[in-house]
Ligand binder design. Sequence first.
Ligand SMILES: Cc1cc2nc3c(=O)[nH]c(=O)nc-3n(C[C@H](O)[C@H](O)[C@H](O)COP(=O)(O)OP(=O)(O)OC[C@H]3O[C@@H](n4cnc5c(N)ncnc54)[C@H](O)[C@@H]3O)c2cc1C
Length: 286
Amino acid sequence: MSQSPVTSYQSPGLSFEFFPPKTDQGRENLKNTLAELGKLNPEYFSVTYGAGGSTREGTVDTIRTILDAGFDAAPHIACIGSSKEEIRSLLEEYKAMGVKRVVALRGDLPSGMGVGQYGDFQFATELVRFIREQSGDAFRIEVAAYPEFHPQSASARDDLLHFREKVEAGADEAITQYFYNADAYIHFVESVRKMGLDIPVVPGIMPISNFQQLSRFSAACGAEIPRWLRKRMEGYGDDLEPMRKAATEIVARLGQQLLDAGAPGLHFYTMNKVEPTREICQRLGW
Ligand SMILES: Cc1cc2nc3c(=O)[nH]c(=O)nc-3n(C[C@H](O)[C@H](O)[C@H](O)COP(=O)(O)OP(=O)(O)OC[C@H]3O[C@@H](n4cnc5c(N)ncnc54)[C@H](O)[C@@H]3O)c2cc1C
């Protein structure tokens, strides 16, 4: 396995994920979120990327904003629908900007697109291999992991074997899809260790501020919302404030369980908002 260019951080590490804002107001708001969450001293901020390069400019601009503010930034790169040439030029641009870490993903083709529109990459493993070939150890490479298994995988075993291929291609660390069941993470890490892989697997944490939205999104990405959590959240109806308070407590408790179980850090899907991510981190002692 390749050596990481980033010195290992103090455990447990903290990282925050943004998406590239589309409006001037969104860009202004993000600067405030960056400044506020930056006070928690995260290891890095990451920025999502639309498959096929649909957010290329927005992702690069947001990465620049983060670097200019003095923080480490990790662009996501979703390879599906892209050519090798496009990815090569993106890697060169990031290297020139001083980026030291990337999140290498397959991404999802928009519905209606299929074989023939994959571009030069079909799976994230091919992207990880390509980054290593092109850039050596210039980047620390994060990849995605699925404690509840990827929705398109033929079986749990298959998904684990494909995860191993991704790590053997040169990944340094994994960030998980979000989940609300700590056992899924614990079992996943045990399975990964049994396969002889020692890379850190950082749980992805999704704070809950809009339960309806989360429900829709979870159905699409294969993340399970346990019945007890759904019932509790639905029980609040339109009473948003008490719902958010309860959700923050539940997610903070999940974070604590994961850290107690040995998670090397937490990666927050912030949805570009300061709260409830900040409150959860503070409850966890950051
Ligand atoms: C932390 C995190 C960040 C994300 N950020 C983004 C983002 O910025 N932009 C975006 O578009 N999406 C993002 N996603 C979503 C991700 O792109 C989707 O979940 C996508 O469906 C899978 O991407 P992957 O990198 O896990 O793919 P892969 O690792 O390629 O796996 C995808 C599926 O293919 C299977 N597979 C892998 N290799 C093979 C093989 N050789 N043969 C057959 N099957 C195989 C796997 O088992 C799995 O079912 C993110 C997900 C996570 C967890």
